[in-house]
Design a protein around this ligand. Sequence first.
Ligand SMILES: *Cc1c(COP(=O)(O)O)cnc(C)c1O
Length: 354
Amino acid sequence: MITFYPGPSKLYPQIEMYLGDAFHSGLLSMNHRSRPFMKMLSAAIASLKEKLAIPEAYEVVFVSSATECWEIIAQSLTSRTSYHIYNGAFGQKWKEYAHKIHGRAEGMPYQLNEQPRWASLEDTGPDLLCLTHTETSNGTAIADPVLSMLRASFEGLIAVDATSSMAGVALPWPAADIWYASVQKCFGLPSGLGVMILSPRAVERAKRTGEAAHYNSLEFVVENFRKFQTPYTPNILGIYLLGRLMDWLEPVGVTAGALMRRAADMYGFLAGHGFGLPVQSLECRSATVITVEAEKHIIAGLKTFALDRDIVLGNGYGEKKETTFRIANFPAITDPEFDILKECLLDFKTANRL
Ligand SMILES: *Cc1c(COP(=O)(O)O)cnc(C)c1O
């Protein structure tokens, strides 16, 4: 079985060995206040920061999911209002979650082939801008120069959901204060762990807000992690696997280079063979999630055709559930697997005289 599903997605094959190692290490039956756990946590964070080239001054905490990050940001980092600029289902859900918590989420949708704009921000006075780096539901991404411009024109904190790009793409860390991801997508790890990366300004905001009503109130979480402790019994296995993977992984620049080349190749292949690409603007195309559009019956036929060859394509999402399918271009998926996918797509065309 080859899966191109954008989450949970293909695991790196060495996870199998790491799972055994984790079992035999004894860490999984050990108190999370113990020295060995603290040492493992500390090493996992150091390795993550090194391989992903995260600035020294940024702090890393582990939570349970990206969804939890939506709640933490709404609880602990929003003093006035949060402003959400989104073009798809995940960005919109984030706004809805925030609104349920503080009732002051505002926002502006933008179109598929546009980049986020920020013209009206000064009037509304939000102190937190919320962006989705890669919108997993439709395969768009925010371009680095656009993030930098947003950074330059907005004084508050910027939070970025990078669930489908972190660990695959070289993210421009200084352009935002809060970056987060779940690990079951681009990291190629099992689900159940969230990574949250905080600038000094974000940590300072958490302190100033002083929100302390939740088990995951951010100041409390950060204080714990500074001592290599956690507020509650964490996903020890998930953290162990992440640490082992980071020790093995190449620096993100190397991974990203290969991923970018493969994305360009795949977009070229799809366009060259008449597959519909809803994201036309090159600047807006995600390198890690590729969306293909076609009529409903063709999408359904293609998914079945692929499945007969043990290839799993990602379903469409939201409004375009039945008229698109998605291809994860995550680093755990190999080039030969992409060759098999291309062959399958060509055979489908031939078989259906398309
Ligand atoms: C998958 C995804 C989420 C939700 O992740 P969970 O691990 O289910 O919380 C949030 N944002 C984006 C962009 C995603 O792709």
